[in-house]
Structures are given as C-alpha cells and as structure tokens.
Design a protein. Structure first.
Length: 80
C-alpha cells in the first residue's frame, strides 16, 4: 500500500514538473515579452520600465530612468 502511495506521489510530482516546464517563459527573466528576439543578438534590455519583465512597485523618477540607461556603466549620471 505504501509503495502505491509513493508511486502516485512520484507521478503527481512528475506531472507538476512537466506543467511548470511547459508554462515557463522562453525569454530571459529581466526582459519584457517581445524584447528577446532574433534581432537582439547581444541580449541587452532596453532602458525603462516598459522593457522590464516585472512592473516597478513605484512610479519611476528621472534619476531612476537615467540610472537604468547608464547600466552597466561604472559611472552614474551626474545629476543625482
């Protein structure tokens, strides 16, 4: 009886894993939908909240936008 329960639990886990793999997005986590296509060879995300996979929790300010545009440069914008 315990062996049947273990087999059923394993089958349920396998089905859940396959469902998760099927539902997982094909794009990189930081990119919004449509940002990673064949033309985006270097895989660089566009600047701004519209290009983010997750919506920002608060309204973006000018400094947020400029900081995002300067990434991954080592120097931040001069008007902080």
């Amino acid at each position: 009886m315990a062996l049947l329960k273990l087999a059923a639990l394993g089958a349920l886990g396998y089905v859940a894993y396959r469902y998760y793999q099927h539902q997982k997005s094909e794009s990189a986590p930081a990119f919004a939908a449509g940002q990673t296509n064949g033309q985006n060879f270097s895989q660089v995300r566009e600047a701004g909240p519209h290009a983010m996979a997750d919506k920002p929790r608060r309204e973006w300010e000018k400094a947020d936008e400029q900081s995002d545009q300067s990434f991954p440069a080592s120097d931040p914008p001069a008007n902080y």
